[in-house]
Every structure is written in C-alpha cells, then in structure tokens.
Design a protein around this ligand. Structure first.
Ligand code: FMN
Length: 339
C-alpha cells in the first residue's frame, strides 16, 4: 500500500504518507500550549500519523484567530511546544507548526484588526484597518521571529498559513485586496506579501528543513481566485517552497460543493503546475480513497482532519490491512490479530 510507504523530502523522512492537518483546538490560555495540547498531539503521534501539523499559531497576539489559540510571538512559548515536539519524535512521527496572522478574521482580544483593505469579511466581523507599509513590515518580521522560535522548539516543518481567508490569503485574493500600491492589483503584486513572508521566514528557518505553504486553491467565486491564478501566484516562489498543502475557500461566504475528496483535483493541478509535492485534504476518510489518491499520483501525502479527531489510531488499521502489524507495539498488534 502507498499509505504505509515512507516519504523523503530534504532531510525529512516521514514514516508514512498520513498527515494530520492543522486544526484549531481553542483550548489555549494566553497562547500557551499545556497538558491538553501535549495529550492531543502526542496521542496522534502514538497513533503513528507520519506528519502532524500543530494548529494555526499566532505570530502576533492580535494575529490569532481567537483567544483560545496558540501563540509564538514570544520566546516564552518555546518550552511547552518543545515538550510536545520531543515526545512526538520519541513516537517516531515528524511535526510541524502552522504560522498564522488571521487578518480581518481575527476575533482575539481587543487588538487592531489588520487587512490589506478596509473591507469586512462578513457581518459577523469588524471592518478592519487597511495596513500601512509599517504594519506590513511588522507582521512580516513577526513571521520570521516565529519561524526562529519554531526552529528552537525543534519543529521539523513550518507551514505558512496562506489559506482560508486569513491575512496572506486576503492579500492574494482580488475580493479582499483593493490596494493601489505594490501589494495590490496584478497577480504578482497580490503575491508580494506572501513572497516577503517567505523570504523573512527563510532568514531564520534552516534551509535543510521543510518549508510548506497552505493555500486556498479557489475562492469559489467567479471574481475570486481560482486554481489557475493560485498556480500563477506560486510559480515565482516555487524554488523557495518545499511542499504545498492544498485547501480551498474561507475568504468569502460562498456555497462550496462539498463531496468526498472535493479538493483533490486542486492538489493535482498545483502539483502539475509547480512540479512540487502536495498534500491533498478535505473529506478524505477511507483507506480506499487514500490509496486511490496516492496511487494515481494526484498527491504525495494525504491529510485526514476530522477523521483523525474521530479516530487518532486510524493508521493502525492501515498497517493491519497491509500486513505490517510489526510496526505497532506487540500488544496493540495483538488487538488487530485477535478479532
Ligand atoms: C476543528 C477544526 C479546526 C481547524 N483549524 C484549522 C487551522 O487551524 N488551520 C487550517 O489551516 N485549517 C484548519 N481546519 C481545516 C482542516 O485543516 C482541514 O483542512 C478540514 O477540516 C478539511 O479536512 P477534513 O475533511 O479531513 O476534516 C480546521 C478544521 C477543523 C475541523
């Protein structure tokens, strides 16, 4: 089976092709990881998920999605994250962290709401302030410092959150970016903020470690981003990115035609356009589905979100079906043999 095969990228060797995508838990206090996060993420590692990406973690306090999110805007957050990283490693999994500025969709505390343009996401959200050049430079620097801290905590992977209508996506999409300066207008200009975030992160994130970007391949709106433009936007950056995590939506409220594997074709298209490895995600739950995606070459890795919340030991069944129960500790293997 493909899912049980290891995967090599730079100096990163994943034990298999299964990814836990970033999922906000809304359990953090003042940005700190605590026992809850330790249990949650290390259980996933005990469940043999090859790559675990820690939930959207604020590069600034006001850049968190909510007050319950993790933060990495200060060195004080490093020790608790390092404990998680070390225990995940002891379990044989690799671990990344998703760095976010939530832009106009931040609902954390009483901070300034920042966005490329002063347009509210929807009635639920405040009208944000259009960012000045100083604001832009400050947030870019915060991404770099958060990447440095992620490295100090021992993370294998940094994922830049460029999806779901948060700040980077807001810059990318013509629906949320009406700027007249060099950060708005053409595709190239709308990609500038992401490009500068990546350049800053690379100053601090070791070149031998994996740097990946999560994108929304479509705004699901005829005037918004589509997979072709997202490809155009990423193309000049492809030599700076190791992996693309392909999601969609989130920048505007639009009906998304949900069905199993509904984003897999986007992943495939980005993979072909950029010639970069991709993670497919979105309503993928069964082993058959996963095998189809991997063996058809549409994606290199597959992420299961809610399915792994329902069953963090999903991978055990895959090893059982692939006659690889020797990869489990013997007592757990026995539970699959004797049934
Ligand atoms: C509880 C929950 C929290 C999420 N938080 C994040 C997040 O922090 N960052 C992100 O990029 N996506 C987030 N997502 C989206 C997931 O990463 C994933 O793309 C989505 O759930 C679709 O995959 P699934 O159908 O396998 O669940 C979240 C999803 C859920 C269910």
């Amino acid at each position: 089976m493909k899912i049980t095969e290891s995967y090599q990228l730079k100096n990163l060797t994943l034990p298999n092709r299964l990814v836990m995508p970033p999922m906000c838990m809304y359990q953090a206090k003042d940005g700190f990881a605590d026992n809850f996060h330790f249990t949650h993420y290390t259980t996933t590692a005990f469940g043999k998920v090859g790559m675990i990406i820690i939930e959207a973690t604020g590069v600034t306090a006001g850049g968190r999605i909510s007050d319950g999110d993790l933060g990495l805007w200060d060195d004080k957050f490093i020790p608790a994250l390092k404990e998680i990283v070390d225990e995940v490693h002891r379990n044989g999994s690799k671990i990344g962290i998703q760095l976010i500025h939530a832009g106009r969709k931040s609902e954390a505390g009483s901070y300034r709401r920042l966005a490329p343009s002063a347009i509210a996401h929807s009635e639920r959200y405040a009208v944000p302030e259009e960012m000045t050049k100083e604001d832009i430079d400050e947030v870019i620097k915060a991404f770099g410092q958060a990447a440095r801290r992620a490295d100090e905590a021992g993370f294998d992977i940094v994922e830049i959150h460029g999806a779901h209508g948060y700040l980077i996506h807001e810059f990318m999409s013509p629906l949320s970016n009406l700027r007249k300066d060099t950060y708005g207008g053409s595709t190239e200009n709308r990609g500038r903020f992401l490009a500068e975030v990546i350049d800053e992160v690379k100053k601090y994130w070791p070149s031998e470690k994996v740097l990946q970007v999560r994108v929304s391949a479509s705004d699901w709106d005829e005037n918004g981003l589509d997979v072709h433009e997202v490809g155009n936007l990423l193309l000049p950056l492809k030599n700076k990115i190791d992996l693309v995590h392909v999601s969609s939506g989130g920048n505007v409220n639009r009906a998304i035609p949900l069905k199993p594997g509904y984003q897999v074709e986007f992943a495939h298209e980005i993979k072909q356009r950029l010639d970069l490895p991709v993670i497919a995600v979105g309503l993928i739950t069964s082993l058959d589905q996963v095998e189809e995606i991997l063996s058809s070459g549409k994606a290199d890795l597959v992420a299961l979100g809610r399915e792994l919340l329902r069953n963090p030991f999903w991978m055990f069944e895959a090893y059982a079906k692939d006659n690889q129960l020797d990869r489990l500790i013997s007592s757990y293997a026995r539970a699959y043999r004797e049934r």
